[in-house]
Design a protein around this ligand. Structure first.
Ligand SMILES: [Zn+2]
Length: 126
């Protein structure tokens, strides 16, 4: 609801982690960036910013998901061989952890790319 952002503009990594978690629009900071847990909305319902124009990570993010899944499987195998927990326990633990990690990583990945593209577009238009 505020106009152009003032000097307290949150930049840097912690700002991006928070933006990814809450799905904050780079322009108006409303939580409108994601329409699904890991899918970027077409445009901001707050300020009308066209996210689709800035989202370029579509093809790369599939590969990114695979890399995260492989890392998680390697951790799972390491825990398996170290502690030998029962299979039901592993399934109960890893299913939500995997889903959560992949979704959050995708959100973070897309947020970082989208914010970078937004910053670039802003610089060239001024
Ligand atoms: Zn917005």
């Amino acid at each position: 609801m505020s106009g152009p952002t003032g000097p307290e503009n949150t930049k840097g990594q912690s700002g991006l982690f928070r933006a990814a978690l809450l799905g904050l629009c780079p322009k108006c900071s409303e939580p409108t960036l994601f329409e699904a847990p890991a899918r970027v909305a077409i445009e901001c319902s707050g300020c009308g910013l066209a996210f689709g124009k800035y989202e370029r990570g579509g093809r790369v993010s599939g590969l990114f998901t695979v890399v995260i899944a492989i890392i998680l499987i390697m951790i799972a195998v390491a825990i398996e061989s170290a502690f030998r927990p029962p299979l039901w326990l592993q399934a109960a633990f890893w299913a939500p952890v995997t889903v959560g990690a992949v979704i959050y990583s995708l959100r973070l990945f897309k947020t970082v790319l989208l914010y970078a593209a937004f910053e670039n577009a802003k610089d060239t238009s001024e």
